[in-house]
Design a protein around this ligand. Structure first.
Ligand SMILES: [Zn+2]
Length: 190
């Protein structure tokens, strides 16, 4: 569906938004980690084997937290079918991070197109990469696959990777929660 590099960056976008923005998660209020806890949250939102919490500087963590907030607005805009707004938000993110493609190669592997920013710092690099992946999603027929969980008291985001684009929830936990509530409602009515 998505190229694997783009799919990875979309997954990172989802985990940054879900870890670093306030709201509600699986039926409970969610407060994003702050101050001393922010670096650890950033490190665990990035792909495994990347950076440790002690390698994430506070300014870098704060930058990624701001990026996550702006990416949440992109998911919300797409979810509410305000695609023009989503496009404006992504264009602003692309230009702020100076996103650009670059050919990179791991020794022994073929050249691959990766996305970089104005510098290769952790925050600018990931912000530019995630913004580019969101741009590629919104600029394709897969735009509608960015979503916000439909379950009550949850606003975590997701990318719908299902074949028929039927996903509505951030997690199986929320899906089960909604199913159980519908089942109880039917029992009361019956
Ligand atoms: Zn949810």
């Amino acid at each position: 569906m998505f190229d694997s590099h783009v799919a990875t960056l979309l997954d990172v976008s989802v985990s940054l938004v879900n870890a670093l923005t306030d709201g509600a998660r699986r039926g409970k209020p969610y407060s994003a980690p702050r101050d001393g806890d922010l670096a650890g949250a950033v490190a665990s939102a990035l792909p495994a084997g990347g950076v440790g919490a002690d390698e994430v500087e506070p300014t870098q963590a704060a930058h990624l937290s701001r990026t996550a907030q702006r990416m949440r607005e992109v998911f919300e805009a797409v979810d509410e079918e305000r695609v023009d707004d989503a496009a404006d938000l992504v264009n602003a993110l692309l230009s702020a991070g100076g996103a650009r493609p670059q050919l990179d190669r791991v020794p022994g592997e073929p050249w691959q197109v990766h996305f970089h920013g104005t510098d290769d710092s952790l925050a600018v690099g990931w912000s530019a990469g995630c913004a580019t992946a969101l741009a590629l999603a919104i600029g394709s027929d897969l735009a509608g696959r960015l979503g916000v969980c439909r379950a009550p008291r949850c606003d975590r985001v997701y990318v719908d990777g299902s074949r028929n684009a039927v996903r509505q929830f951030c997690s199986t936990a929320c899906q089960s929660r909604v199913k159980a509530a519908a089942f109880r409602a039917r029992k009361v009515e019956g």
